[in-house]
Write a protein of this length. Structure first.
Length: 367
């Protein structure tokens, strides 16, 4: 294998594909990228056996077709450190890959191509082409609520639900839930659900950062494939049953307050400074047209914030994890926010007035 290209054409593909590669691997070859050169194009593949990303780059001067596995992070670091606009040649010589640029020369050890595993890719049962903005909205509005390393493994990911009328993303860690829905007409689909693992969600978010092309999703029985402009991301699905999220959503809560989102966000941010570092609890006291936010910690330090809100209910005191409230207020985009509860022991429903595509549920904490 031998090809020549400029530094910029492979810089972003190398960085994205290397991001999939885990630093600690059970198989040495998983620390490498599979690089193939043929027909004036180069493809770069990285995988950790759960998530696989393939980048295809056209317009490369391929002198000799072939393939090799090259250490991922070393190649990406070398490429990033080269001079901007530099011309780079990559050639395989026996068991090494030689990278040359100007007066620089790097010899990298390779492993047999036959050892490199690739995720089996099957045709999806459901195929959807979605605008980039819709996919990004689904991820941005919900991904923060995914669990991390929870023993309930099905929470360590995001539920993707596709029906004939919408695509919906739901994430929960058992203490809070985020849901976002975008309208999408899809023929021949009743209702299909899949749990996308946390890493697959995060890599998809990274992939979609600086492009405007539509995204093609292909959902199979045990994998999800996303394609966009030369990139193909394949992720295995989590084999488990996601909780029935609809039963968690509070129905007709009796007490409702409406407040300025930025004012509340800053008030929670200040109160959080003196909250208990372990439990992060704040007490909300609602009466009349104001809400008092109180926080304290084992050092007997206290914070108190009083915020004007629209509230016409009875006196109510309720506790929440302040970090959960901050996360929700950070992803909402409206000027005001609505928080509804039935009583001091019930979950809160947080919404943006006038925006019905996303909602959030946060469980209370015992005061």
């Amino acid at each position: 294998m031998k090809f020549t290209t400029n530094r910029e054409s492979l810089l972003r593909p190398l960085q994205l594909v290397t991001g999939v590669v885990e630093r600690r691997q059970t198989l040495p070859v998983l620390s490498n990228l599979l690089v193939k050169a043929a027909d004036g194009a180069v493809s770069i593949t990285g995988t950790d056996l759960e998530v696989q990303l393939v980048a295809s780059i056209e317009g490369v001067d391929v002198e000799q077709e072939g393939s090799a596995t090259i250490p991922a992070r070393k190649l990406a670091d070398i490429w990033r450190s080269l001079v901007e606009g530099a011309e780079v040649s990559v050639a395989v010589e026996k068991t090494r890959t030689i990278v040359r640029s100007g007066r620089s020369r790097f010899a990298l050890a390779t492993l047999p191509v036959e050892e490199f595993p690739e995720l089996a890719s099957h045709d999806g049962e459901v195929n959807v082409v979605m605008p980039l903005s819709d996919i990004q909205r689904l991820l941005d509005k919900t991904s923060f609520a995914m669990a991390q390393q929870d023993v309930r493994y099905f929470l360590n990911g995001m539920l993707l639900e596709i029906t004939s009328a919408h695509v919906r993303a739901v994430a929960t860690d058992g203490h809070r839930m985020a849901m976002c829905t975008v309208g999408q007409k899809i023929d021949g689909v009743d209702r299909i659900q899949a749990i996308v693992p946390r890493k697959g969600v995060l890599e998809l978010g990274r992939l979609l950062n600086d492009s405007s092309a539509d995204v093609e999703l292909s959902l199979g029985s045990n994998h999800l494939t996303a394609k966009q402009e030369g990139y193909t991301l394949t992720t295995k699905l989590v084999d488990g049953k996601f909780p029935d999220y609809e039963t968690v959503i509070p129905r007709d809560p009796a007490q409702t307050l409406v407040g300025d989102r930025e004012t509340l966000r800053h008030a929670f941010q200040r109160a959080a400074i003196l909250s208990n570092e372990k439990y992060r609890c704040v007490r909300l006291s609602l009466e009349g047209d104001q809400m008092k936010i109180e926080a304290n910690n084992p050092e007997q330090e206290e914070a108190e914030e009083i915020v004007a809100v629209e509230y016409g209910g009875d006196l109510l005191e309720i506790g929440f994890n302040v970090a959960y409230l901050q996360d929700v207020l950070s992803v909402l985009e409206t000027e005001s926010v609505r928080l509804s509860v039935a009583d001091a022991n019930s979950s809160a429903l947080i919404e943006a007035p006038g925006v019905d595509d996303s909602l959030y549920v946060v469980m209370p904490m015992r005061l």
